[in-house]
Design a protein around this ligand. Structure first.
Ligand code: ADP
Ligand code: MG
Length: 259
């Protein structure tokens, strides 16, 4: 048996390194997210925030280190003491533990809101069509879009599309939900409705990692703020510690610029 489980985080990122074309953009990331915790990941453009989220979901492979969610390696299995990438089908199965919501919604344009939500559960879980439909209607109701089940993405506002994307991410009942600048592509008047949905998820105890430039929102919902710069975690702590009393020059510069 390996170490005690009591102190184990829900998400454990250990020593993750990632390069693109010889340029290292993640330089040894260690991050633990506890069950029910809301982590806001902040940092300048190009600091590696999206890449880090994508490694947690295995949308990017890692060059070194590992990511586990609830004890399972995401995208990899341990064989003879080494990590080997899983086969596509197994990657998809294991990835269901980690939901992700992107800046640009990424809905399937040729599917209705309801079909966008049922697609993955039908493919990856043993659900009947009617069970999947029930699940999707419940989730649409939760994001305030029960009446939009049969609408296509082009018939929805950006805020509504993003709420469908959140419902879609929830449909696989992930253990953690990742948000990559979920409101950055929205007109200002549509930001609030999406933040409201994320706030509700936080209140329900959903484990969240949120990349956002909405500093006020981060301060309000996050249990912990993690500041990333040039591929390293420079500083982390409570919102007050990091945003009001930053210790590092890099964090101070960033906070001064965005506040
Ligand atoms: P952030 O989300 O903090 O703005 P990213 O993780 O998107 O930062 O990017 C970090 C760095 O990695 C940037 O220099 C970016 O250009 C580079 N990068 C990200 N994805 C790729 C990719 N698929 N191919 C090449 N370079 C990439
Ligand atoms: Mg990004």
């Amino acid at each position: 048996m390996s170490a005690v489980t009591a102190t184990r985080g829900l998400v454990e990122v250990h020593g993750v390194r990632k390069s693109f074309h010889g340029v290292e953009v993640l330089k040894g990331i260690d991050l633990t997210v506890e069950p029910g915790e809301v982590v806001a990941l902040l940092g300048p453009s190009g600091s590696g925030k999206s890449t880090l989220l994508r490694t947690i979901n295995h949308l990017e492979t890692v060059d070194a280190g590992s990511v586990t969610v609830d004890g399972d390696f995401i995208g990899y299995e341990l064989r003879h003491g080494k990590l080997h990438e899983l086969r596509e089908r197994e990657i998809l199965q294991r990835r269901t533990q980690v939901g992700i919501v992107f800046q640009n919604f990424h809905l399937f344009p040729h599917l209705t809101a309801l079909e966008n939500i049922t697609e993955a559960p039908l493919a990856l879980k043993r659900l009947s069509k009617s069970e999947a439909r029930e699940l999707a209607l419940g989730l649409l109701d939760r994001v305030g879009l029960a009446e939009k089940a049969d609408a296509y993405p082009r018939q929805l506002s950006g805020g509504q599309q993003q709420r469908v994307a959140i419902a879609r991410a929830l449909a696989l009942q992930p253990k953690v939900l990742l948000f990559d600048e979920p409101t950055s592509a929205l007109d200002p008047e549509l930001v609030g409705e999406v933040l409201d949905v994320i706030r509700d998820l936080a209140k329900l105890g959903t484990t969240l990692v949120i990349v956002t430039h909405e500093i006020g929102f981060a301060r309000e919902v996050a249990d912990r703020v993690v500041f990333l710069d040039e591929g390293r975690i420079v500083e982390q702590g409570t919102p007050d510690e990091v945003l009001t009393r930053p210790q590092h020059a890099r964090t101070r510069e960033f906070v001064a610029r965005v506040l």
